[in-house]
Design a protein around this ligand. Structure first.
Ligand code: MG
Length: 317
């Protein structure tokens, strides 16, 4: 991974307009980060990316995130009014101290299979979650886990619940969103017993009424109540083009997960330039870097590698 010092050499003084003068300043990573972020680049991090490493020393970890150039956060680990067992007010204070702003938070209701007998429990979950998050000034509450959807009927039930979550969020001054992985790009059929993924889903045997689950979510949720956080990497793994979805649903896709196989830009399988061009065109204000597993180094090193990629990328504003 490119370290900060070699990165500084690579971008060269020309592109910095000679604002940084002394060699000692150039060697100072913190000044470099602050310069580049103050130059207008604003990007966020999904804290799941750091896993347990973040909690080894949370205040210091948040400061490190800030020094890397991140300015916003999306939380993960909400449960019963706490984020990874830390009171949310306390968490918020630590992020304030680090100069980071919490924009969004991920959480899943306690059940995966939605039906009339557990709808009450799901509603209760969202009421408490919305109330807890409104208190710390979060804008979005986002569900990242796919509920059970084996048929078009189950997709419709899930959409009703999403709309209800959206109503609860709205009543608390928040916006409810849904985040995808790959299996939402499977297809389902009326009365179906399973999701069908990939080439098999386009076979001649697929009956009338077949629909891509994600398309069903977009079609059957209320645009006033539900937005979508498109995870661009998982969309590709789902054998679809994130650009196509962003072009087709500019009003619905309002958040992004900027993610690659590991550190941004290294796999060569993601066209981030086009994704960013389209995101600006769509007026997307917030996006979050996400790093899942990493094959070498620490999660912190990987997250820094992602920040360096964005700081250096000429297409990131
Ligand atoms: Mg994601």
């Amino acid at each position: 991974m490119q370290n900060r010092r070699s990165f500084i050499k690579n971008v060269s003084l020309f592109s910095l307009g000679g604002i940084l003068m002394g060699k000692s300043d150039l060697a100072n990573a913190s000044i470099m980060s602050k310069f580049l972020t103050s130059a207008g680049k604003k990007f966020g991090l999904q804290i799941y990316s750091l896993g347990k490493e973040l909690y080894e020393n949370l205040p210091e970890g948040l400061q490190r995130i800030s020094r890397m150039g991140y300015s916003t956060l999306e939380l993960a680990g909400y449960r019963d009014g706490k984020i990874n067992n830390i009171e949310m007010g306390e968490f918020r204070k630590m992020t304030d101290d680090a100069g980071l702003k919490i924009i969004s938070s991920h959480m899943n209701p306690p059940v995966r299979e939605y039906n009339s007998s557990n709808k009450g429990a799901i509603v209760d979950f969202w009421k408490k979650a919305a109330d807890d998050h409104a208190k710390i000034g979060v804008r979005y509450i986002v569900q990242p886990g796919q509920p059970v959807t084996r048929s078009t009927e189950e997709v419709s039930i899930v959409c009703e619940v999403f709309n209800e979550a959206g109503r609860i969020a709205k009543a608390n001054g928040l916006i409810f969103g849904y985040h995808n992985h790959d299996m939402e790009f499977s297809r389902v059929v009326p009365g179906g017993k399973e999701m069908v993924f990939g080439r098999r889903a386009f076979g001649r045997d697929m009956p009338k009424g077949t629909e891509v689950i994600y398309d069903g979510f977009l079609r059957q949720t209320d645009p006033d109540l539900v937005i979508f956080e498109l995870d661009v990497y998982w969309t590709v793994i789902g054998q679809n083009d994130p650009l196509e979805y962003m072009k087709k649903y500019p009003e619905r896709i309002r958040l992004l997960h900027i993610k690659d196989k590991e550190v941004l830009g290294q796999s060569g399988m993601m066209n981030f330039e086009q994704i960013f061009v389209q995101a600006y065109k769509n007026g997307i204000e917030d996006y979050f870097v996400e790093l899942e597993g990493i094959s070498s180094g620490t999660q912190f090193e990987g997250v820094k590698g992602c920040a360096d990629y964005l700081l250096k990328a000429p297409f990131v504003k």
